[in-house]
Design a protein around this ligand. Structure first.
Ligand code: TRP
Ligand code: SF4
Length: 400
């Protein structure tokens, strides 16, 4: 049994905007208090698609991390690190590539979709095909059991589970598994070991679920085993092999989706964002010039909030009373659009003011962020090294 652990990552896209904040970061900030969390900058993943112009990556990495911190990711709660600084990911990716059927990669839906969508670059590359496997390595190297991601990433988590299952199936049953399991059982101490073996027999011969429960509880409270030995003893109990890699679950949270200023998805490439570090004057101007329901040509024309991007902001920022006021005022032409936008302007300014100040502190002293990342990378490397040791041994490369 491995610890409860969350891993998630983002490709470095530079400064974060409100879409990132409401769609991803707010959730990360919440779960950092509930689980052990690792948050990663996926800079290698950026190269899978942008190998031909890597110039921006460095600045994007630091801008993104500054905004994570400014938004409230707490480096004392969560481990923040950069993928390429933990080369263990690459070794696991390589080792997993040996047993990854090509067809599995070709069938990942994002592969063909992205290839068709992105026409200005040649994505018929080895690295791009391997994108989901690199992501699998990111997750599996920490034995993370939970991965908060958006809907679009679910096939990648499913793929990761399949890779873990295949790996465990291929390597989890060492030829001398029984011997090793019994060796591990001994380490429980003779009294516990005897009880464990009795319970195991009762479960395996009589299907006694109570005995299985009792044996699990016994192992649960026993502190004397290494992680690998624990896995052996748990696996031996139920007659399965050793779980070397953990099958992760996607953590789908309903996030409030904030649309862009023009009503499309908020995205830098659509030029419709409010960035976490935008100046007050910029924010005010962006919201005041936002398009509204096109039916409201004149102030006296009634409108329909569901056709207006401003209303998507009200859905996130306003209470029920304000939303009622908008609905009625809009449909009856009782309020004007600038009037309608005013509460949104205020709430966004209130939300971003402290973030801008925090980001400024990080901009003023870049060593702060460098130190956070250096610490995080060090912690991540330790965890990654533990898994990699087991993986190397499993695939027959355990010699030194
Ligand atoms: N592919 C993810 C995205 O585009 C980023 C990512 C890379 C990731 N490695 C990961 C997400 C590991 C979760 C876990 O959003
Ligand atoms: Fe949009 Fe508000 Fe104007 Fe209605 S009144 S069109 S909801 S901005």
């Amino acid at each position: 049994m491995y610890p409860d652990r969350v891993l998630s990552g983002m490709r470095p896209t530079g400064a974060m905007h409100l879409g990132h904040f409401h769609g991803v970061l707010k959730n990360w900030i919440k779960i950092q208090h509930e689980h052990e969390c690792l948050f990663m900058v996926a800079d290698w993943h950026a190269l899978t698609t942008h190998y031909d112009h890597p110039q921006n990556i460095e600045a994007y990495v630091w801008d993104m991390v500054i905004d994570w911190l400014a938004a409230g990711i707490d480096p004392n709660q969560a481990t923040l690190f950069i993928q390429s600084r933990v080369p263990e990911h690459a070794e696991l990716h390589l080792l997993l590539s040996m047993m990854t059927p090509l067809g599995w990669l070709e069938r990942v839906p994002t592969y063909k979709e992205q290839q068709e969508k992105i026409s200005d670059r040649d994505l018929s590359t080895y690295g791009f095909l391997g994108y989901p496997l690199l992501q699998a390595a990111d997750i599996l190297i920490y034995r993370a059991n939970r991965v908060p991601v958006g809907e679009d990433q679910v096939p990648h988590i499913e793929f990761t589970r399949e890779i873990a299952r295949r790996f465990n199936h291929l390597y989890g049953r060492e030829p001398d598994f029984e011997e090793k399991a019994l060796g591990a059982v001994k380490k429980l101490g003779s009294k516990k070991a005897r009880l464990y073996l009795e319970l195991r027999t009762r479960y395996n011969e009589q299907g006694d679920d109570g005995a299985l429960e009792a044996a699990r509880a016994l192992l649960g409270e026993s502190q004397s085993l290494t992680v690998v030995d624990r896995e052996r003893v748990f696996g031996y109990l139920e007659g399965s092999g050793k779980m070397i890699l953990v099958e992760p679950q996607a953590m789908l949270t309903e996030t409030s989706r904030l649309l862009g200023l023009d009503g499309q998805k908020m995205s830098k490439s659509y030029n419709n964002t409010i960035d976490l570090r935008d100046e007050e004057a910029t924010i005010i101007k962006k919201i005041r010039t936002m398009p509204t329901d096109p039916a409201r040509v004149r102030r006296t024309d009634p409108g329909e909030p569901s056709r207006c991007p401003v209303y998507s902001f009200h859905q996130i920022y306003s209470d029920a009373k304000t939303r009622d006021w908008v609905q009625q005022g809009c449909r009856s032409a009782g309020i004007g659009c600038l009037e309608c936008k005013q509460p949104v302007v205020e709430r966004v300014l209130d939300e971003l003011r402290p973030m801008r100040a925090k980001a400024q502190a990080y901009l003023d002293d870049p060593t702060l962020v460098r130190n956070v990342i250096a610490d995080g990378c060090e912690r991540a490397r330790k965890l990654a090294g533990d898994t990699l040791r087991d993986v190397r041994e499993s695939v027959g490369l355990g010699y030194s």
